[in-house]
Design a protein around this ligand. Structure first.
Ligand SMILES: Nc1nc2c(ncn2[C@@H]2O[C@H](COP(=O)(O)OP(=O)(O)OP(=O)(O)O)[C@@H](O)[C@H]2O)c(=O)[nH]1
Ligand SMILES: [Mg+2]
Length: 221
């Protein structure tokens, strides 16, 4: 099992990312196909994505997990990736995440964000993230980030049965992977400033951080 897949669907959860999508989609490696899941954006995200050739799915239920889950359900490739659409990470790193899954070295590959420059990753978000990663390592999963970029086999992921539909989704996914004894490969990736003209929904604001903390705490209970 060392072949490189001919096609990989990439799920992009999107809430008002029209300004970021052109640069993100233009960097897709050959064979990687964008599925933009639009969560009621009001900035023309869906039209921009469609004009750039992405598959666009509307998701009426708000929340990161709701969008990601819908995208994975609609994906049709064996291996699927998930990537933030705000320009904070480049799709050019996706093949490095797909490789360990394609060869069978890992059931799940996740990106470990390495901030490219100061101010990219607010301290409160980073501290919470480090604490959660430590809790996961105590459960036997060797990760240093609860990152929003990952690759996996579609059937595997759907069988894990992640139920959170908000910002607890990435943490619940890792907890379930640990419980299922999955091999997880963590790949260093550059964490870039989000695209100009887009607004943070999560860690860039106190409100967003509190929402993510609430969702994640719910997962840990
Ligand atoms: N579908 C959907 N996507 C969302 C929602 N909230 C955020 N997103 C998307 O999820 C991704 C991550 O959201 P961000 O706002 O970048 O969150 P973050 O990376 O923690 O915060 P920043 O550090 O400010 O970038 C982006 O692609 C958003 O467009 C939501 O409610 N629904
Ligand atoms: Mg972001």
């Amino acid at each position: 099992m060392t072949r490189v897949p001919a096609a990989v669907d990439v799920v992009l959860p999107c809430l008002n990312e029209a300004a970021a999508l052109p640069a993100v989609l233009s960097q897709f490696p050959p064979g990687y196909r964008a599925i933009v899941v639009d969560n009621g954006s009001t900035d023309g995200t869906a039209a921009v994505a469609a004009a750039l050739g992405a598959t666009v799915l509307p998701e009426p239920h708000r929340g990161y997990g709701a969008a990601v889950h819908t995208g994975i359900e609609h994906a049709s490739t064996d291996i699927v990736c998930v990537l933030d659409a705000d320009g904070s990470m480049s799709p050019t790193v996706l093949p490095a995440l797909v490789a360990p899954v394609a060869t069978g070295r890992a059931r799940l590959a996740v990106g470990r964000r390495i901030p490219a420059g100061r101010g990219v990753w607010p301290w409160h978000a980073r501290a919470g993230n480090a604490l959660l990663a430590w809790l996961l390592r105590r459960r036997g999963l060797q990760v240093r980030d609860i990152g929003p970029i990952r690759a996996f086999r579609r059937e595997d992921l759907l069988a894990l049965g992640v139920t959170d539909r908000g910002f607890g989704y990435p943490l619940e996914l890792l907890i379930r992977a640990a419980e299922a004894g999955w091999s997880v490969s963590e790949v260093d990736i550059d964490y870039l400033p989000r695209a100009a003209g887009t607004r943070s929904k999560v860690s860039g604001s106190v409100r967003g951080t509190l929402r993510a903390a609430r969702d994640m705490t719910g997962v840990l209970r």
